[in-house]
Design a protein around this ligand. Structure first.
Ligand SMILES: Nc1ncnc2c1ncn2[C@@H]1O[C@H](COP(=O)(O)OP(=O)(O)OP(=O)(O)O)[C@@H](O)[C@H]1O
Ligand SMILES: [Mg+2]
Length: 345
């Protein structure tokens, strides 16, 4: 009998993301700017769902869709196009799917969001969660009851965390790591929660609290410790031009889970996650920017740099013989059709 459990269990808020790039200059009230590019994609928790599903992982998502155009679009992309299992998700009457407009400018972006309080909590959506091989969660200050149940079912919990807008960085949040198998904050978050001054020092503290500790460092790559095997790894990022960094941390997390489910050594897990996240920042948006096996395979096949070919040589044994059909990326208007029309409106 095969293992029928979902590979990855997810819950969280879903967004409809509209990403505008090539602004030229920041927006000013009273002025209109015509941008060079745009992309549309499901975002928020959809980033993790699509990134995981594109590795062929059985991915189960518990979220809420509004009964509006944006909700219907996100549902169709997730279930129809990407094969995500939505049996734990619900559509809420009269509720707006949260919408985010992302204005990418320079290496950063400004986000403008409209959203209402979701009508169902994560615990209501999850109920008694199905036993899954892993769950990938964003820890919040308030512990979620379903996490205890998932851990009790033997689900391995991989946890990320977000920026704390209160800037309190309460250490109580780290208590939740006792339920977790892995923790993958970025450098700023890791240092803030551990009250340390470097990524290495933060990693050392976190390694005391959770079997697998990872600290991501944006354009500087990532480092990690696996206490279950005694491995340590520190790998550089891909040298690439960033188009839109939305969801890089999510693609990293989903890719790290995929590689961990494969039982790979820590350095390979980390290099793979860094590669996938790096490929995703070359494209618009979060979810649809995820490379999946198709994107990884393409990169590997086109790689000419002998140093990188050696470093990433492990991919030859890891990428499936059939990486599947091309993945869909966010539709982007080609630059030559986005010039401002001469007729004023
Ligand atoms: N400028 C970049 N160049 C190359 N790779 C990058 C760049 N920025 C991010 N990445 C890749 O994405 C991974 C995660 O990025 P980062 O450490 O910024 O996470 P994050 O801050 O959690 O992201 P997010 O904003 O999505 O939450 C990095 O480890 C790296 O592999
Ligand atoms: Mg992050």
């Amino acid at each position: 009998m095969g293992d029928e459990r979902p590979d990855v269990l997810l819950t969280g808020l879903l967004f409809y993301d509209l990403v505008l790039t090539g602004l030229g200059k920041p927006p000013t009230p009273g002025e209109e700017i015509w941008t060079e590019g745009m992309g549309v994609s499901p975002g928020g928790i959809a980033n993790l769902a699509v990134a995981a599903s594109r590795y062929g992982l059985r991915t189960s998502l518990a979220t809420v869709f509004g009964d509006d155009h944006h909700g219907a679009y996100c549902r169709e992309v997730l279930a129809g196009q990407e094969g995500v299992d939505l049996s734990l998700s619900r559509t809420a009457d009269g509720w707006h799917t949260p919408v985010t407009v992302s204005l990418a400018h320079g290496d950063d972006r400004a986000l403008v969001t409209h959203g209402q309080e979701p009508p169902y909590s994560q615990d209501e959506l999850m109920g008694d969660p199905p036993a899954a091989r892993t769950a990938l969660v964003h820890l919040e200050a308030e512990p979620r009851a379903w996490l205890d149940k998932a851990a009790a079912h033997g689900t391995r919990i991989y946890a990320d965390v977000g920026w704390d807008p209160t800037q309190r960085w309460s250490r109580d949040l780290l208590d939740q790591l006792s339920l977790c198998h892995a923790f993958l904050p970025n450098e700023a978050e890791a240092m803030a929660y551990t009250r340390t001054g470097s990524a290495v020092a933060a990693l050392g503290e976190l390694a005391e609290l959770v079997p697998v500790a990872v600290v991501t460092r944006g354009g500087d790559g990532a480092l990690a410790v696996d206490q279950t095997t005694g491995e340590y790894a520190d790998v550089p990022a891909l040298d690439i031009e960033v188009l839109d960094a939305t969801g890089a941390g999510d693609v990293f997390g989903a890719s790290f889970v995929a590689a961990s489910l494969g039982g790979w050594p820590l350095e390979e897990r980390l290099r793979f996650a860094v590669l996938a996240a790096g490929l995703s920042v070359r494209r618009h948006g979060g979810a649809l920017a995820a490379p999946g096996w198709y994107g990884i395979h393409r990169w590997w096949r086109s790689l000419r740099d002998p140093g990188l070919r050696r470093t990433y040589g492990f991919l030859a044994d890891r990428v499936p013989a059939d990486p599947g059909p091309p993945v869909h990326h966010a539709p982007v208007a080609p630059p030559d059709t986005t010039r401002r029309p001469s007729t004023p409106r």
